[in-house]
Design a protein. Structure first.
Length: 286
């Protein structure tokens, strides 16, 4: 390694030595940097800094200079020490002087990588509901698992029937006899379709003897998905029966009717009035 020694002819303390060394170092750097910058800046149009982060990902430590200005190392001499006995500054030649390779210079274009990690610590609602359905319940003869009919009734209790709601509000809505007849027929069709979904599900879960594994969960989720498709057929059917004045008395029903088709795929409305496992027998006319 080349060395250059500079000799001073005046006494100097340790503190003054470092101050003087720093000033000389800055003069050397500024003069060298000025010459190299003037020769390098002419016509130099390197790649844009936006590619810097991409190079780090592709090349790792073996940088090619993507996105970094090709600026040479401007520092020629680095102070190594001071010989107090001879009042001499000792310098070493910077081995990276005039080097433009990005992996040898101190100039870097900083970039940041953000990793977003999330953990779901809760249990899926469908799985929670399935576990509640298949766990033993206390009955007259002690703890026992639900039967197939009981499992079907359990899931049917979480459904909502618009037609049953309208029938309950028939006096307030001033429904006519013809409207009541249409709503009852629609309710009968809707209830039959929903029971046809959940009765087979109850039988399948009952055969599992309390199992709540992947097969049971997949069956529940597939049944629920089909239920919501049938559920969202109700607003248009009921809307064709009611008058505008009657719909104004049910604000939530107008909101349901105005819900776009795309949003209905992820909307779940529950307002009670479930489909029962079996229709209640009609009271005999006096």
């Amino acid at each position: 390694m080349l060395r250059r020694r500079a000799t001073s002819h005046w006494p100097i303390s340790c503190a003054r030595f470092w101050r003087a060394a720093r000033r000389r170092h800055e003069r050397v750097c500024s003069s060298t940097e000025g010459r190299w910058r003037r020769s390098k800046d002419v016509g130099d149009r390197g790649p844009t800094p936006s590619t810097s982060s991409g190079e780090h990902l592709v090349h790792g430590g073996s940088l090619r200079g993507w996105g970094s200005p090709a600026t040479p190392e401007p520092v020629l001499l680095v102070p190594r020490g001071f010989d107090a006995s001879k009042n001499r500054f000792l310098y070493d030649v910077n081995p990276r002087f005039a080097d433009t390779r990005p992996d040898r210079t101190l100039l870097r274009n900083p970039f940041r990588i953000v990793i977003d990690v999330s953990f779901n610590l809760s249990t899926n609602f469908d799985l929670q509901q399935l576990r509640r359905a298949v766990e033993p319940v206390k009955g007259p003869q002690g703890w026992q698992r639900r039967s197939a009919d009981s499992l079907a009734a359990f899931y049917l209790s979480n459904t909502s029937d618009v037609y049953r709601l309208l029938m309950e509000q028939s006096d307030s809505l001033l429904l006519t006899n013809s409207q009541v007849a249409v709503i009852q027929r629609a309710d009968s069709v809707f209830s039959s379709r929903i029971r046809a979904l959940y009765i087979p599900l109850g039988e399948f879960l009952a055969r599992g003897q309390g199992g709540a594994g992947k097969a049971e969960l997949d069956s529940v989720q597939a049944t629920q998905k089909t239920y919501w498709k049938i559920f969202w057929e109700q607003p248009e059917i009921a809307g064709d029966v009611l008058t505008p004045v009657q719909m104004d008395l049910l604000p939530f029903f107008k909101v349901m009717l105005a819900t776009p088709k795309k949003e209905r795929e992820h909307s779940e409305w529950r307002f009670g009035h479930p489909v029962t496992f079996a229709d209640k027998p009609k009271a005999a006319s006096p």
